[in-house]
Structures are given as C-alpha cells and as structure tokens.
Design a protein around this ligand. Sequence first.
Ligand SMILES: C[S@@+](CC[C@H](N)C(=O)[O-])C[C@H]1O[C@@H](n2cnc3c(N)ncnc32)[C@H](O)[C@@H]1O
Length: 210
Amino acid sequence: MIDWLEKVYSATGDIAQLETAYDGWAEGYDESVSALGYTNPALVSALFARLMPDVSGPILDAGCGTGVIGEILSLAGYEFIDGIDLSGGMLKRAKARGVYRSLGRAVLGEPLEIETGTYAGVVSSGVFTVGHAPASAFNEIARILKPGGVFALSITDPAFEAGGFGDAMIELEQAGVWAPAATSGSYLPLPNAEPAHRHPGRVYVLRKQG
Ligand SMILES: C[S@@+](CC[C@H](N)C(=O)[O-])C[C@H]1O[C@@H](n2cnc3c(N)ncnc32)[C@H](O)[C@@H]1O
C-alpha cells in the first residue's frame, strides 16, 4: 500500500511534485484520513463557526482538498463557499460533493487572482504545514479578507516553529493587519498515524482589523 503521507511530505514544497502526489492520493484520500482519525476539519470548522456565526459569507476554503470542510460548513448553514487548491485531482473530488459555489486551481504562496476584501472568512485545514503552503501566503489571505473577517487554520506544533508560521502571524499582528481571536486546545490531527506523523497541533483564528 502506498504511504501517501510520506509521499506528500517528501515533496518538500516542490509544487509540481506535491501536485502529482495529491492528484494520486485524491481518490483514496477520504478513506485514508478517516482511518487515521483525521480531526482538523472538525476543529477548524468549530472554531470558525464560533468566531463567524454570520452564515452569509462568502467563505474561502484555502487548500480545500476533497472538500471535507466545505461539506461541514455547508451542512452547518454557510451559504457561499469557494475552494482553491493546487491539485486538480483533489478539486475534482471537491466538485463532486456539490457544496462549493466555485472551485479553482491556485497556489498559496503565489499572488491570488482574488479581489481585495472579498471574503468574510477563510478556512484552511491541514494546508499550512512543512512542505505545503508557506507562511508568506498569509499576506495574500489577509488581503482578500474583508475588515472584520476571520481566518481559521490548523497548524501542528513542529510546523508552527519550523515553518515560521508563528513569526509570520505575529508580524501581521504587529503591523495591525489582524489580531488573534481564538486558539483551540492542543489535539492530535492524525491520532492513528505512525509516530513520525503524530504531532499535536492547534487551530488559530485571526480577525482582520480595519
Ligand atoms: C492534507 S490536505 C488537506 C485538505 C483539506 N483541507 C482537508 O483538511 O481534508 C492538503 C491540501 O492542501 C493542498 N495544498 C498544499 N500546498 C498547497 C499550496 N501551496 N497551495 C494550494 N494548495 C495546497 C493540497 O493539494 C491538498 O489538497
């Protein structure tokens, strides 16, 4: 059996390699992550809903994958959910759920073709991690949020340090771009994974100022 976690992490941020790996994983992704006890989508959705109870949105699911969060938020009543991802294979699975208003290929870390101040919320589960979306993408996320909009994302503790996500978050806070709105307790995103992939993490929620 292919060790997909190993495959996506061994891409070490090479976009073409990561895309190929996720395209290959797309069909069996939901089943694999269920077996690993994947908890990020539930935690990101719960904290997002606490801080953005207005369901009129719109919301962007950044790194939507097969659309697990889109389905949760749609069932919870959120009306307009868009998704972006670098993997065409994952986007195809997300489309099949029929819960997104629009879906498109985009690379977090590169400029996004989205107007400034478009979204009331951005959610991102399992995307800002080592070798995936970089901390530099926070600037674009902050730009596309409306003032008062919230960004809820999961980050594992090792990635928080090694990926520079903590520093990048604080930099934007000090620049008055956003303010911390909530942080979850510590949990295991993949409780049934091998020890090498069983790191604790948290969900962080930032609110755009202005
Ligand atoms: C672990 S999956 C998480 C998918 C979904 N959010 C979930 O929680 O099930 C990571 C997703 O992020 C996407 N991804 C990774 N790096 C990305 C980047 N720089 N830009 C856009 N998407 C990225 C991958 O293609 C993949 O679909």
